[in-house]
Design a binder for this molecule. Structure first.
Ligand SMILES: C[S@@+](CC[C@H](N)C(=O)[O-])C[C@H]1O[C@@H](n2cnc3c(N)ncnc32)[C@H](O)[C@@H]1O
Length: 510
């Protein structure tokens, strides 16, 4: 299928930098250049906004651009006739061609706003992706099974590789995921080892018309002395003029300057409590039926009738028509119907309340209006998305802590009745009671053969002692939800650490 122009724009990250932002990046970079650069390079130069501004500021510098799109490259050439603008794909050979063009000596200034799209097209080009991973030594740097989802990360690593060998400064606008996203911790670490971080400016969201992406400017410089020890301090004259030095520390290597108040809260809660995933050791992602049209309904009788009809039907087209299931889903119905071991009839015992948890709209409490029903039978829900853990059904209990502490706004609720919660974004749910073996050995242990042991509260030893002091495990779950939703977490802790660190819950008795 041909991508629409809006879609291809999004995939290629074709959002040109507004002139005031170009000027801001250039003046931040200037402050860290000891001498005028001999060469200015933008490796994803679009129509040449950065190169044009650099031509005005550094009239003697050689200007080099690389751009995937022929028309943009032509526009850049018309705009800055003195610049050498190459057409090429930086991540598939174009980078080295660009380097081959550059003068053999002199300070380099790397400017730009390389593409960020959340789903790099490179990930679908296995040989090119593998070649780049090997070149950049990413197989050792990235945790197993993870990949970089944004082109800008590859651009940064390639530029860093260059600036280790050649003196210079890099000032780029990128997605703000660079500052603190979990996935980018290995990239931050690599960059911090190779280069010297000079500036961090969090630009927030909405700077590029038609997008909501949060962006930032970072400025890096070739390191003068030896590489720092794994724990070190970076001094930043960064964000909004706040020139407070801050520590860049493992494991997150967050580049976001942390306000003193947040640092203080984090340290205090850590000293008096436990991270949420230690305090509540067992949690699961929500239920994903992968076929809500068949397996979810507001009316339990309608749902049971539909599943029963599905299990008895021979012809999926007439079944879909009779049940008003979109006809486009007939192949999906047929595939499911062919699954081995399906029961002959629907079983009323498989009907479960299904609470359509909607994140911040259900802060504290899952509203009654969110109630529907699902048909929970693992034979109809492939790939373990039913969330059963061996013989243990985590949906069955009558109390669950539901939370999303992976993205802002952090939010939690206690569901005080039986039922399932859907996999809404990064939502997890923790059953109040879990089998002893799963509590001590995790969900993997629950899938091994043998007895699971009695149901016990889903709390750490320190959490159990705390619960005893404050009215029991249910009260503890309520306290945890209140803590996550509290103004201190929402307004102070979460903006500083929310997307990078596990929330510590203080085990305070008051
Ligand atoms: C966010 S725009 C920035 C353009 C320009 N630097 C500016 O700030 O106005 C990113 C540019 O990178 C180009 N691009 C995307 N993937 C690329 C690749 N793999 N190699 C070279 N250029 C690429 C896009 O066509 C787009 O013009």
């Amino acid at each position: 299928m041909q991508a629409t122009s809006a879609e291809s724009r999004r995939i290629r990250g074709e959002y040109f930098t507004p002139p005031p932002l170009v000027d801001a990046v250039l003046s931040l970079a200037r402050a860290h250049l000891a001498i005028e650069p001999a060469t200015v390079i933008d490796p994803a130069c679009g129509d040449g906004g950065f190169l044009a501004a650099a031509a005005r500021q550094f009239p003697r510098a050689a200007l080099h651009g690389l751009e995937l799109d022929r028309a943009h490259a032509a526009a850049a050439r018309r705009r800055i006739p003195g610049a050498r603008v190459r057409v090429g794909d930086a991540l598939r050979g174009g980078w080295d061609a660009l380097l081959a063009d550059l003068p053999g000596e002199g300070t380099e200034l790397w400017l730009g706003n390389p593409p960020y799209n959340g789903t790099s097209p490179l990930l679908r080009d296995t040989p090119a992706y593998r070649a780049l991973r090997t070149r950049l030594g990413l197989d050792e740097a990235l945790p197993r099974g993870t990949s970089l989802r944004d082109d800008y990360a590859f651009f940064l690593l390639l530029a860093s590789e260059r600036l280790v060998r050649r003196r210079g400064v890099l000032a780029w606008v990128t997605s703000a995921t660079l500052l603190d996203a979990y996935l980018y911790a290995p990239i931050r670490r690599r960059l911090l080892e190779q280069l010297e971080l000079r500036e961090v400016v969090d630009l927030g969201g909405g700077l590029f018309p038609g997008t909501r992406v949060r962006t930032c400017i970072t400025v890096w410089r070739t390191r003068e002395g030896p590489a720092p020890s794994p724990r070190f301090r970076a001094w930043i004259e960064g964000a909004a003029g706040a020139s407070r030095p801050f520590r860049v520390e493992p494991p997150e290597w967050s580049l976001r300057p942390v306000p003193a108040e947040a640092e203080h809260l984090d340290a205090r809660w850590r000293a008096r409590g436990e991270p949420l995933d230690v305090l509540v050791p067992v949690s699961c992602t929500g239920l994903k039926t992968r076929f809500d049209e068949l397996l979810v309904d507001e009316d339990p009788d309608v749902l049971l009738g539909r599943v029963d009809a599905f299990l008895r039907a021979r012809d999926m087209a007439s079944f879909a028509r009779a049940q008003r299931i979109p006809l486009g889903l007939i192949p999906k119905l047929e595939a499911l119907r062919r699954s081995p071991g399906l029961p002959a009839r629907a079983d009323p015992a498989a009907l479960r309340p299904f609470h359509r948890w909607a994140g911040a709209r259900h802060r504290g409490l899952v509203q009654a209006a969110a109630r529907a029903y699902c048909y929970l039978d693992r034979r109809l829900i492939p790939r373990g998305d039913h969330r059963m853990v061996g013989a243990f059904d985590p949906h069955a209990g009558d109390c669950k802590l539901i939370f999303n502490v992976r993205e802002l706004p952090l939010v939690a609720a206690v569901l005080d009745e039986p039922g399932c919660v859907p996999a809404h974004r990064h939502t997890r749910f923790a059953p109040l009671l879990v089998p002893e073996r799963i509590r001590s050995g995790g969900t993997a242990a629950g899938r091994e053969p043998g007895p699971l042991g009695p149901l016990v509260p889903n709390l750490s030893p320190a959490g159990l002692a705390w619960a005893e002091r404050i009215g029991g495990p249910r009260a503890a779950f309520r306290r945890i939800a209140e803590r996550i939703n509290s103004p201190e977490v929402q307004d102070v802790w979460a903006p500083a650490y929310g997307t990078a660190r596990v929330l510590p819950i203080p085990l305070a008795d008051d």
